[in-house]
Write a protein that binds this ligand. Structure first.
Ligand SMILES: *Cc1c(COP(=O)(O)O)cnc(C)c1O
Length: 354
């Protein structure tokens, strides 16, 4: 368990909740009354505080703005029918956060700050966790370099924060995906396995071009041959081929190790399916599709849980999928939803009660 945390608490005078409708809030635009903050100064974590959500003030020389030492996490909390609030697998996000930190030359965040900070903040703002079906509280831990210095070096000082954002259902209509052959998200030795801000900036142009061509996202391929499949947009990708499920393996460090990916693999196995983590080329995938074996394609991530894919386009060849018949994706989503809202037993101890 997380150790006790010495945190200063400054509450809002008046909650904004009375003037906020929690129903159908679009993703990432509304924040709760409070935020969590801790500073890393001279090798020590200090200034641990929960205070009203507000603007920050910095010098324009703030290191994070210039050289991108900035990482984040995405976690969700759910309200059960009984009104209990559970965070889904936050320990896994904590571990991944410090893996990202190490890659970006940033200090490790202590478990007490990450876990107990998150728990205390959600406890204070628990009325902001929507009680409606398919609604949740999105949790955004992040850390960035705060040296007011534009010399290129790892910053000496950092700020760690947690924001909370109530969010409505993620109506994901089945996606059309363009298999990317020009741009690269991640290469071996790079930063693809880290949840750092720069990965997102680097992906935007490819995604924008795919959108201009009528697609929703790209399917990233390897940096050398653009043949080995990696991820779909900012989600991990799964293929239902024959009676097996395949997903790209993590060994090269070019794929973000999704918590939803791991949850999906576990639940798919419970559904009696065989799951293979392996290298997958676009040519193999097309061969399977031509033999009538490629039944479903879907992405996994915290925001949407499971996103069905209705079209994959590679060069001049388009593969179409009847997503109304995507039974694996549907059952997987239903099972994960039941665990998150505590209507199914939590046999893997994935829920962290607030
Ligand atoms: C965050 C992220 C994912 C999904 O991870 P989850 O833990 O399942 O939310 C997948 N790919 C990328 C690139 C990501 O940044």
């Amino acid at each position: 368990m997380a150790a006790a945390l010495d945190v200063k608490i400054e509450k809002v005078q008046h909650s904004r909740l009375a003037n906020t409708t929690l129903e159908n809030i679009p993703f990432g635009r509304v924040f709760t009354d409070h935020m969590f903050e801790a500073d890393y100064i001279d090798g020590v974590w200090t200034n641990v505080v929960i205070r009203p959500y507000q603007a920050l003030q910095f010098d324009p020389s703030l290191a994070a703005l210039h050289y991108g030492q900035s990482i984040f996490e995405g976690v969700k909390a759910y309200k059960s029918n009984a009104g209990e609030v559970h965070i889904f697998r936050p320990q896994d996000n904590f571990r991944r956060f410090n893996i990202s930190a190490a890659r970006m030359c940033m200090p490790e965040v202590p478990e007490a700050i990450f876990m107990e900070g998150m728990r205390l903040l959600i406890d204070m703002d628990r009325d902001w966790v929507p009680a409606m079906a398919d609604h949740s509280l999105y949790i955004r831990p992040f850390m960035f370099a705060t040296d007011p210095v534009i010399g290129v070096k790892p910053s000496d000082n950092y700020k760690f924060m947690i924001l909370l954002s109530p969010t409505g259902p993620y109506y994901s209509t089945p996606m059309k995906i363009y298999v990317e052959e020009t741009y690269t998200r991640a290469a071996p030795g790079g930063v693809g396995f880290a949840k750092n801000a720069g990965n997102y900036a680097a992906s935007m142009l490819a995604t924008q071009k795919a959108k201009e061509a009528g697609y929703d996202q790209v399917l990233w391929t390897d940096a050398f041959e653009h043949k080995y499949l990696q991820e779909v947009g900012t989600m991990n990708v799964f293929f239902v081929v024959g009676n097996k499920i395949v997903t790209p393996e993590l060994t090269e460090g070019t794929i973000l190790e999704g918590v939803t990916r791991d949850s999906a693999i576990t639940v798919l196995k419970e559904m009696g399916m065989e799951v293979q983590e392996t290298k997958i080329t676009i040519d193999e995938l097309i061969a399977s599709q031509k033999q009538g074996l490629l039944h479903e394609v879907f992405g996994t991530g915290t925001a949407a849980t499971i996103s069905k894919i209705k079209e994959l386009r590679y060069k001049d060849y388009s593969m179409h999928f009847d997503t109304d018949k995507a039974g694996v994706a549907k059952e997987l989503k239903d099972r994960l939803t039941a665990i998150r809202y505590a209507t199914a037993p939590d046999t893997h101890h994935w829920l962290f009660k607030v």
